[in-house]
Design a protein around this ligand. Sequence first.
Ligand SMILES: [Zn+2]
Length: 166
Amino acid sequence: MSDHSPARQVLRLSQKVYYTPSVAAAGIAAHETGHALQDAEDYFPMEARTYIVPVVQLASQIAPWAFVGGLMLQWDTLTWIGVILFGSSFFFALLTLPVEFNASSRAKELLVSHGIIAPDQIEGVDKVLDAAAWTYVAAAVSAVGVWLFYIFMLLGRGRGGATARG
Ligand SMILES: [Zn+2]
């Protein structure tokens, strides 16, 4: 479902989607059209996501170095900076959710209002779009999971130290 590229201002569909006359393919095509419309309307979550991409990329490159460096130097501030930078990928995954859900709801509206699919076929579209949406939810959940892992590891380390001393 990553066919749409806002940076290039084009709507690209994989051959499979383009040539398959199925409800699922129509759903995906309409979803991508939904992204194009978001782009055209400067839909805020999408704009925000586009702007933070380079920041997230930079942050996720620095994060492991800050984290490991902080641990090695026993410099807690640096370690926490690493953790906060890791959090940017969680933030990105989270910001993806409204963009994807909105594109899917636009897709359903478009398909029905343009008579591309019959109202009783909407269930099939729901199925394929919901499945795709869940992969984004799963990505967000796993991103927050990784993030919490680092936080708890750091906090646990602090507690472990206190126990050892006490
Ligand atoms: Zn999408």
